[in-house]
Write a protein that binds this ligand. Structure first.
Ligand SMILES: [Zn+2]
Length: 225
């Protein structure tokens, strides 16, 4: 799993609680347990509620989950995603919201993320097309965009299966079905886009200005460009 604290992919060593059998007319014995453990990387604590098929342990008479069909992280409440201070406030707010609703509604998270993506393409890169599909085309054909980013943004259309869900293209903020992994992918893409569009340009300017001050202090003219 990916640690929700530090986002590293880790093998969590877990301890599980008693298994509670699902109440009601449940012939097949499904049940719940709570699994927890410390992330081996950041050492932070993680708690998950798991659901699956329960079997009885003949030695002690207790049930345990034999196969886990579903698990939800109960703690931490939101998955960690750091937003650097260079990212403008309105994108940051929407992005944090897209992260925080992800565990409850990947559909809502993906809709927010698509809208942020479109807002950046229009607001920052002045791409005028109305449909996200065309906007992505124009963006990936722009000069100076690194290939990892063009490929990542291009994949938004395939992973989201725009062909089957045309509203994702024409009404980006619409809450529609998501494909598996789509909401998470959009968040990854937005992080890379934040870096390229907002963070790196400001940091490069800052480095340049430090170098220019050094030049000035030794009586030399500033760098060109
Ligand atoms: Zn961790």
């Amino acid at each position: 799993m990916k640690c929700p604290h530090c986002t590293t992919s880790v093998n969590l060593e877990i301890e599980v609680t008693t298994t509670w059998l699902t109440k009601g007319n449940d012939e097949s014995h499904t049940g719940y347990d709570v699994a927890c453990g410390h992330c081996p990387e950041c050492k932070d604590f993680i708690v998950m509620l798991r659901h699956g098929m329960a079997k009885i342990n003949r030695d002690n008479g207790y049930y345990y989950l034999d196969t886990v069909t579903n698990e939800n992280v109960l703690y931490p409440k939101y998955s960690a995603r750091k937003v650097e201070p260079e990212v403008p406030d309105h994108y940051r707010k929407d992005f944090i919201e897209a992260c925080s609703v992800l565990p409850f509604s990947p559909k809502a998270s993906a809709a927010l993320s698509r809208r942020i993506l479109q807002d950046i393409l229009i607001g920052k890169f002045e791409i005028k097309h109305r449909n996200l599909d065309k906007q992505i085309d124009e963006f990936i054909n722009m000069k100076d965009v690194p290939s990892y980013l063009t490929q990542a943004i291009d994949a938004v259309r395939n992973i989201g299966n725009f062909a089957a869900h045309p509203l994702k293209d024409t009404n980006t903020g619409e809450i529609v079905e998501v494909e598996s992994g789509e909401a998470e992918w959009l968040l990854e893409v937005l992080e890379s886009l934040f870096d390229f569009a907002f963070i790196q340009p400001i940091r490069l300017e800052q480095k340049k200005s430090v170098l220019n001050q050094k030049l000035q202090s030794i009586g030399k003219p500033p760098m060109k460009g």
